[in-house]
Design a protein around this ligand. Structure first.
Ligand SMILES: [Fe+2]
Length: 561
């Protein structure tokens, strides 16, 4: 079910996008005293209104063209009246952009969530804008105001950051951690143009009867960064929720306004261009073997609130969505990559997804053969430079890989040979020149190092030869009866392989942030991306704002023009 479907079901889309110009004096009146300018509010003190439409959880995303379109999204405790953004630039006039409303009713708690989305388009590239978010029933005396910067055009330098598995700082929630507050501050420390949030945003589905509350805590935590620079997410296994749509993503899809992919699955996957880089965001739950969405272990069933009308969910039930797009996502990926082949304005292709094709975490999830089968051949064919993932709550960097070795894995239980499609490294030592040329292979980074309270920074080793070893999931691990009556469990990864592709692993901590600086170079010359990974040691014992440099990697190659 898409957010649009949700709107239709709830019949609550009572606002329409539109724009009108107002004077700076109007802006002052609206911004400083919203109810004075509102026909509705003339008849009533807004603090006396029943509905509270105060904007909260404010965040930005790029539109299809980040140099000209930014979307402001937010939530409100109740239905907002005349939700809008007032956009301005110093020395020029102001514009009011009305927001569209998207709502959904959580299928477990029965709580209805109101969200708003204002698309700001026709913007100037590489320009700073001021904006205010408000509504006629905004109860704040001074509406929220912030600034943002549009993306540059052409081959120019820029910075982005990334991590996944953030969680919330409200420690009563499962997987939450105070570190998630410091992780947001880390983004602000490095002042990127935008941030890639590679899935498992807040673990709402591990708190099934409080999902909207967990999402709200996530939104409030990230606002102090995400309201000032776009945070571009991809869905992870913890964005799948019982009772919330065909793939359980109604909450995620309602809250985020993301570039269209032209398929009947909007919001799950998308791409955008910044400078000479194409960014592709994928929804890997569509192709992975692992069954890692919500799961009722038992012995008690999960019983939704009576108001939802949903049936109780019996022990042993999991929400497994592998294959939901019936190949549509992979076809879209192939077409998107093929379009870059003769485009000399694109030097770099960066992919983000949540789950991992190359992870040797021993106490995390490990690698998933589903990604290796579905997407790694496309990454090889079209020369994807860099893949950013989360899922395992640590940092791991691969050597550049291309192609794979067949039938070199082993069944974890029997030791029999298994085809894990072991990725083949093209180099197994740090380059003497200090730079990897990714025309030879794709580098994978595990960046599940946001702020979640469950770090997994322990790595596998082959006991026979001491080389790194990875768990590999090669078949679905659906629920099976557990050790006691009415209790179910899911088996661990079914295979292992030597992780000949693993270049660096952080065994000191599972917390950090990756910072990427793209240098476009000169025509006819070389272009580079420098990745610096900063980690925060000791977080397992005490949350910390101290992030120190742990690893540096430079990718470089000839420009295409
Ligand atoms: Fe995950």
């Amino acid at each position: 079910m898409t957010p649009q479907d949700t709107e239709a079901r709830n019949g609550a889309d009572d606002t329409r996008p539109g724009r009108r110009s107002i004077s700076r004096r109007d802006l002052f009146r609206v911004a400083g005293a919203a109810w004075v300018a509102s026909p509705l509010a003339h008849s009533s003190d807004p603090r006396g209104l029943v509905a509270d439409g105060t904007p909260e959880q404010i965040h930005l995303t790029w539109g299809a063209d980040p140099s000209r379109t930014v979307v402001v999204s937010w939530a409100a405790p109740a239905q907002a009246v005349n939700p809008r953004v007032i956009l301005s630039q110093p020395g020029s006039g102001s514009t009011v952009v009305h927001a569209i409303q998207r709502v959904y009713t959580d299928g477990l708690s029965g709580q209805t969530v109101f969200t708003y989305h204002a698309t700001l388009d026709g913007l100037a590239s590489q320009s700073k804008y001021h904006y205010t978010v408000t509504a006629d029933n905004d109860r704040q005396a001074t509406p929220f105001a912030a600034t943002f910067q549009t993306a540059p055009r052409g081959k120019v330098p820029f910075r982005w950051t990334s991590y996944g598995d953030l969680a919330t700082p409200v420690t009563s929630w499962v997987m939450s951690s105070p570190q998630s507050r410091h992780a947001v501050d880390a983004v602000e420390r490095f002042e990127p143009l935008f941030h890639l949030l590679n899935g498992d945003l807040c673990y709402a589905n591990l708190n099934p009867m409080a999902q909207p509350a967990v999402w709200a805590d996530y939104g409030r935590n990230v606002q102090r960064s995400a309201a000032y620079r776009p945070w571009m997410p991809c869905p992870g296994n913890h964005e799948i929720e019982f009772g919330n749509g065909e793939q359980g993503m109604d909450s995620y899809l309602t809250r985020f306004s993301l570039p269209d992919n032209g398929t009947r699955f909007p919001g799950r996957w998308y791409s955008f261009r910044v400078g000479s880089a194409l960014f592709i965001s994928l929804a890997a739950d569509d192709v992975i073997y692992q069954d890692s969405g919500p799961f009722v272990t038992g012995p008690e069933p999960l019983v939704p609130a009576r108001s939802t009308g949903q049936a109780r969910i019996e022990p042993g039930t999991s929400f497994y969505i592998r294959g939901y797009s019936d190949g549509a996502q992979t076809r879209w990926l192939a077409e998107t990559l093929a379009a870059t082949r003769h485009d000399s304005t694109i030097d770099w292709i960066i992919v983000q997804m949540h789950q991992d094709a190359l992870s040797s975490s021993i106490n995390g999830n490990g690698s998933d053969k589903g990604i290796r089968e579905a997407w790694l051949p496309l990454f090889d064919q079209y020369g994807v430079d860099l893949v950013l993932c989360g899922h395992d709550h640590d940092y791991e960097r691969s050597w550049p890989v291309r192609g794979c070795n067949h039938h070199v894995g082993r069944d974890a239980a029997t030791g029999d040979a298994v085809d894990t499609c072991q990725p083949r490294p093209v180099i197994t030592a740090e380059p003497t020149a200090g730079e990897f040329d990714t025309r030879g292979g794709t580098v994978h980074l595990i960046l599940g190092c946001g702020g979640t309270g469950a770090p997994t920074d322990t790595y596998g080793k082959n006991p026979a030869n001491g080389v790194p070893q990875a768990k590999v999931i090669t078949r679905a691990n659906r629920p099976t009866p557990g050790g006691s009556p009415g209790v179910f469990m899911k088996l661990n990864a079914d295979a292992v392989e030597d992780a000949i592709w693993s270049a660096r692993r952080d065994t000191l901590t599972g917390y950090g942030i990756a910072v990427f600086d793209l240098n476009p170079g000169q025509p006819g010359g070389r272009t580079s991306i420098t990745m610096r990974y900063y980690h925060s040691v000791g977080v397992d014992r005490s949350p910390s704002s101290n992030y120190e440099l742990f690893d540096t990697m430079v990718l470089a190659k000839q420009r295409r023009d």
